[in-house]
Ligand binder design. Structure first.
Ligand SMILES: [Fe+2]
Length: 323
């Protein structure tokens, strides 16, 4: 376990009030009306609280979709998700309207949003419009606390390693038809695999964060497949440790803004077929994740003493598919 004492900084803001929700993450924020334009001072305090607590919960916010988008833009430009249910004419706004006949898809796996991008988003905001009578929680995990709780030996082993992230479950959205296969190929060309440090450093708090997730991370760079699989499985299991979670129960008209650098989340799909309707905006991060240490020079790694087989393509018999 991480050291519980002083993991989060105690905050005392002038404009907003924060009440810590979990041991390692989460705070309820009151004293602010998100239907109105916010002052510079409020935005700075929310920015600070967002980095410190990782998950900010704003209850009883009666806001429009425009208000939601304005709030998101205080923290950066909004992104357009390439595979989600974007609103026509307003692609930055995603509406999840899950109900009988439209079950939720692939959000019940622990993940950081969109790590298939070279620059994954800095944060995501969800606003609840319709909630089920029971169920439909969102679970959050502090990957900074999880990193902190790893043994010194494992932390040292992971330092400087990099992992590959791809489109994950979005690859399954394409039907197995000539058209579907072509579109899948084009999507994979457009969103080629991203390489991220396994341990990233938070750009605001400076904390180290375990940055692999079972939804998008495929393998560790420079390791044999069985080694990579075993280590990733072990790291994915670390995210399941209850002590590092804050499980959020939604009320109607609640806005939750989480830090996509340090937090993983998993939506609980137990409410289906009840209706659960959420609006989402996602905030672009213009910078790639900061590594805790530079990766080693591949030329110095023994695994790379064997050159890749593609270098010998001209000296071998033609392969059938090359003809
Ligand atoms: Fe997500």
């Amino acid at each position: 376990m991480s050291n519980v004492i002083n993991f989060l900084t105690e905050t005392n803001y002038k404009t907003i009030t924060t009440a810590q929700k979990g041991v390692f993450l989460g705070a309820e924020v009151t004293g602010v009306d998100l239907s109105k334009k916010l002052s510079k001072e409020i935005i700075e305090e929310i920015t600070d609280a967002h980095a410190n607590y990782g998950v900010l919960v704003f209850p009883d916010q009666f806001i429009s979709s425009d208000d939601l988008q304005r709030f998101g833009r205080y923290f950066g430009e909004l992104s357009v998700h390439p595979f989600s249910t974007n609103t026509e004419g307003n692609p930055e706004l995603i509406i999840f309207d899950n109900k009988e006949g439209n079950p939720p898809a692939s959000t019940d796996v622990w993940h950081t949003d969109e790590t298939f991008r070279d620059c994954p988003p800095m944060g995501t905001i969800l606003y609840s419009k319709v909630i089920p009578s029971h169920g439909g929680d969102t679970n959050f995990a502090s990957m900074a606390a999880i990193y902190d709780g790893l043994s010194d030996r494992l932390q040292s082993f992971l330092s400087g390693l990099e992992a590959i992230h791809d489109l994950g479950p979005f690859k399954n959205l394409f039907p197995d038809t000539p058209e579907g296969r072509k579109n899948k190929y084009l999507a994979q060309e457009k969103y080629q695999s991203a390489t991220h440090p396994i341990v990233r450093v938070h750009s605001v708090t400076g904390k180290k964060i375990l940055f692999v997730n079972p939804q998008f991370t495929t393998h560790i760079k420079g390791m044999a497949e069985d080694e990579s699989r075993s280590i990733l499985d072990m790291l994915f299991k670390k995210t399941l440790t209850h002590e590092y979670h804050y499980r959020h129960k939604w009320d109607k008209n609640m806005l939750v803004f989480w830090d996509n650098q340090a937090i993983q989340h998993s939506a609980v799909h137990d409410y289906y077929p009840q209706q659960r309707m959420m609006e989402r905006v996602t905030i672009i991060n213009e910078h790639q994740p900061i590594a805790d240490a530079p990766p080693p020079d591949p030329a110095t790694l023994r695994k790379y003493l064997m050159p890749p087989i593609t270098q010998f393509s001209n000296s071998r018999q033609k392969r059938h598919h090359d003809k």
